[in-house]
Design a protein around this ligand. Structure first.
Ligand SMILES: *Cc1c(COP(=O)(O)O)cnc(C)c1O
Length: 310
């Protein structure tokens, strides 16, 4: 019998039609309520579980954010030590919250790619498992459970709106739709301007590496998406769109006031489509928005972003 998953079946809310400028009711999948604060636990938990079942006695992950928190959480539940390698840009606050879960933090490199290479090296040297934050088939299989849950609840959605960083969430949603016979359901893939590596790659017809990340939505800040993610539009209908940081923050604030739940701008980006770009949803009747969550947010941060951007 497979072990019980580490993530939970999150609530599915239905908004009133008037909630957003799209003027249609929205399904909101509340992954902000996952233990560890984001959808990441679905895939990272699945992958960590697999590694431990196959004998791993230690886990390494590179991440400056929610993937690290999810791996730390998974390690604690599974009873194996976890080390998260974070780039120097990761705030003290995030480092402390990773440590608070019982994981060790190693600071290495100025960007994610350097931290990631170091995590792979450390894991190799210690014969430990290495968990990538967005590029692994088991991760996508795990993320896809969010679609399984929505389908099991009988929700009649006709598109999925989700944000894209390295693209693990997008790949998971496409996998989840596929295994539920919903390969015709389009996905609206949302990035913020300044973190739009998927959008740039689609436009260029080749996988682009952004020179820098200039958006405040740090969880979307992968300079390059996974190759598998770049290839997804060849076999699934995907529309790549961008929103501004200001639109993402405005959506976070409205969502907080309505539902009393804080989410990162990375998540506000997906919510912002219905608020600020309703035309994108015009051809759909029942959009499903993945409320992916994130721990990199506080009342203070939202207030600061509001003052700076709105
Ligand atoms: C990781 C993350 C994303 C992006 O997910 P990818 O799998 O990297 O595309 C979006 N929002 C939040 C809150 C995240 O933690």
């Amino acid at each position: 019998m497979p072990a019980a998953p580490l993530h939970i079946d999150t609530p599915l809310y239905r908004t009133a039609a008037g909630y957003s400028a799209s003027d249609r009711p929205l399904w909101l999948k509340l992954d902000a309520l996952q233990p560890a604060g984001s959808f990441k636990l679905r895939g990272v938990g699945r992958l960590c579980q697999h590694e431990v079942e196959n004998g791993a006695r230690e886990i390494f992950c590179a991440s400056g954010g929610n993937a690290g928190i999810a791996a730390a959480h998974a390690g604690r539940v599974l009873g194996v030590p976890v080390t998260i390698v974070v780039p120097e840009t990761t705030s003290e606050e995030v480092q402390r919250s990773i440590e608070a879960t019982g994981a060790a933090v190693v600071v290495y490199g100025s960007v994610f790619d350097e931290a990631n290479a170091h995590a792979i090296k450390l894991a190799d040297a210690r014969k430990a498992a290495y968990v990538h934050p967005f590029d692994h088939p088991l991760l996508w299989e795990g993320h896809g459970t969010l679609i399984d849950e929505v389908v099991a609840k009988g929700a009649d959605f006709d598109c999925v709106v989700a944000s894209v960083g390295g693209g693990g969430l997008l790949a998971g949603i496409v996998a989840g739709l596929g295994r539920n016979g919903l390969s015709h359901v389009p996905v609206i893939a949302v990035e913020t301007e300044g973190a739009a590596s998927f959008h740039a790659s689609i436009a260029a017809g080749e996988r682009i590496t952004l020179p820098a990340i200039t958006s405040i939505a740090s969880s979307l800040g992968a300079r390059q998406v996974a190759q598998h993610v770049f290839d997804l539009p060849k076999h699934h209908p995907i529309e790549s769109v961008t929103v501004t940081d200001a639109e993402a923050v405005a959506a976070c604030l409205k969502f907080a006031d309505t539902y009393r739940i804080l989410v990162e701008p990375a998540c506000g980006a997906a919510l912002a489509v219905a608020d600020a770009h309703p035309g994108i949803l015009e051809r759909f009747s029942n959009p499903l928005i993945e409320v992916c969550g994130g721990i990199g947010v506080s009342v203070e941060k939202l207030t600061m972003w509001k003052e700076r951007l709105l």
